[in-house]
Design a protein around this ligand. Structure first.
Ligand SMILES: [Zn+2]
Ligand SMILES: [Zn+2]
Length: 347
């Protein structure tokens, strides 16, 4: 056994190419993960659309990965062959000032699995052993995969944006990131949660996961609804998870207070469509959070293991690994009721 199937990205606007490639050789501090589930992320779509570029081509994309440990480098300790793991896609040095502060997402030597180095759209992926997190036995591989990005990104965004229990939160765009932002707002104790999307199916799902009020901008003006619900002031935090100009405007306008002494926080998670113009903001915050940290993952896995979060509702599409291009099409097309798409591999 020395070859594996992998989907390689060569260029934007073309399908990923299924190829037989060598199984990666392990360094002494790495493990080889036999991939069981890979989430399809908006970032993968953005590469295909040409809105963003991976750092090398061709490359095996995929950064929401779970599987089992197949093989371990000589110096790896604390893991076992056959163990179920999920992959933290940020490779950090562990030694720079930001790593020391626990901000491995801002490591000065940071690279990303599935953007700088080969990722999880393959039968196997080699990763540093410290990037393998044990998957609790009550979680499926599919759930493990989405914890690696879609679940952890909004968790980090809320907490790094200064979220406090009792805050009012509006979430714009209820895809893989936004829907989990609603879930986290509820789990972490938000006082009021408003979900905004143009797809009714997603609004229903948001209600199931904890949104108090949902708004379809095709029917109502979300900014007006939010002002009505907050005595005209606007929400404490608004999260932009769609990356289109309309939702960026909604986000900035739904936090702004009615006096110059009151502003909230705008958290721009999605890849932004262009420069963001902010007229003024006082003691508020416009932030673009970056990914998540190892510490976030540790906290999330503790909550997931205890059954504090429900990850069974947001994966709407599961496809066999070999249908990855169709999985990308489904996420792109949004013709079906799509939230999170995962490709899976049997043992
Ligand atoms: Zn992602
Ligand atoms: Zn570092």
């Amino acid at each position: 056994m020395d070859k594996m199937k992998a989907f390689k990205f060569y260029a934007a606007h073309e399908p990923l190419r299924l190829e037989e490639v060598p199984i990666p050789k392990l360094k002494e501090d790495e493990v080889l993960v036999k991939v069981r589930a890979s989430g399809v992320c908006g970032s993968d779509l953005n590469y295909r659309r040409g809105k963003a570029r991976p750092y090398k081509t061709p490359i095996i994309l995929g950064h929401e990965i779970s599987g089992t440990v197949e093989e371990m480098g000589e110096k790896v300790e604390g893991l076992e062959v056959g163990e179920r793991v999920l992959v933290h896609y940020i490779i950090s040095c562990g030694r720079c000032a930001q790593c020391m502060r626990g901000n491995d997402n801002r490591c000065r030597r940071r690279i990303s699995i599935g953007a700088h180095v080969d990722g999880g759209f393959a039968e196997y992926v080699a990763i540093p052993a410290r990037n393998a997190f044990k998957l609790p036995s009550n979680l499926t591989f599919e759930e493990g995969a989405i914890i690696g990005c879609a679940v952890s990104t909004p968790f980090h965004a809320l907490l790094s944006g200064g979220f406090k229990a009792g805050d009012s939160v509006a979430v714009f765009g209820l895809g893989g990131i936004g829907i989990h932002a609603v879930m986290w707002a509820r789990t972490l104790g938000a006082g009021l949660i408003i979900g905004v999307d143009v797809v009714d199916f997603k609004l229903e799902l948001a209600k199931e996961l904890g949104a108090d009020v949902t708004v379809n901008p095709k029917v109502d003006d979300p900014v007006e609804v939010i002002r009505d619900l907050t005595d005209g002031w606007g929400v404490d935090l608004a999260l932009e998870c769609a990356g289109v100009p309309e939702t960026v405007n909604y986000t900035l306008n739904s936090i702004r207070g009615k006096s110059r002494y009151e502003t909230g926080k705008a958290i721009l998670i999605a890849l932004q469509p262009g420069p963001v113009k902010v007229e003024w903001i006082r003691e508020g915050l416009v932030t673009m959070p970056g990914d998540h940290t190892m510490d976030d993952l540790r906290r999330i896995l503790t909550l997931a293991e205890r059954g504090r979060i429900d990850l069974t509702k947001t994966i709407t599409h599961r496809l066999p690994f070999l249908e990855l291009n169709r999985a990308l099409d489904i996420l792109e097309g949004q013709t079906e009721n799509v939230v999170k798409v995962v490709v899976t591999q049997q043992q």
